[in-house]
Design a binder for this molecule. Structure first.
Ligand SMILES: [Zn+2]
Length: 215
């Protein structure tokens, strides 16, 4: 892998949107831990059913499942394109998995920071594409209402964006996030970005952080 960028932060901070825009505008390969899971659910089969059962409980899936899916996705990804990975690691133990999978330290770690009330409001008001999992909301509206910008798929709210499931996921990040970020800060450094602002301002900061990397 040439370069890898990790996007971390509380659910609703905008990781998926930033990843999607980096893929669209900079040609980066975007891998979302959550999207990989949902794609397998969509494909069905016993493995998809097991993932679905874990997701429906609202609190994410086991580290073994995430690791296996990511390993396969990274093996399939082109080594020439810079990678943007969003939403992984979610557990401290997954940091070692990640380093093993990448084979090198991540090039850049961005922590997208948004206050919890803003994150909750975004999760409750967003809709996701049935086909490609892109998300849209009041701050990043689709060009045509109810239709995905990227693939033309239908937008609907996600099953796990209910208040109790949101609370559970946010609590998980609040508990585990700081230690994950601390460890990554030791390994690679970590750039904080205030992602409670409008998306164009957030992207300007993301692009600046990328431009400061050595070639
Ligand atoms: Zn789509």
């Amino acid at each position: 892998l040439k370069r890898s960028l990790l996007l971390l932060g509380i659910q609703g901070a905008g990781k998926g949107t930033v990843g999607r825009l980096l893929a669209r505008d900079q040609g980066m390969a975007h891998l979302s831990a959550g999207s990989l899971l949902r794609r397998h659910v969509h494909d069905g089969g016993p493995f998809g059913e097991e993932i679905k059962a874990q997701i429906d409980r609202g609190c994410g899936v086991s580290t073994e499942i995430s690791y296996g899916l990511l390993k396969k996705a990274l093996a399939d990804a082109s080594a020439d394109r810079p990678l943007v990975l969003d939403g992984y690691p979610r557990e401290q133990s997954e940091i070692e998995h990640l380093l093993e999978l990448l084979g090198v330290n991540p090039t850049l770690v961005l922590h997208l920071q948004a206050p919890r009330p803003i994150a909750v409001a975004r999760l409750l008001s967003r809709s996701a594409c049935d086909d490609c999992d892109a998300t849209f909301g009041p701050g990043v509206p689709p060009r045509f209402s109810g239709v995905c910008d990227d693939c033309g798929g239908k937008l609907a709210s996600r099953k796990d964006d209910t208040p109790p499931a949101i609370r559970c996921r946010l609590d998980g990040w609040t508990r585990r996030g700081p230690r994950i970020l601390e460890r990554l800060r030791e390994i690679t450094g970590c750039t904080q970005i205030d992602s409670s602002r409008p998306i164009d301002q957030v992207m300007a900061d993301v692009e600046e952080a990328l431009s400061e990397l050595p070639n």
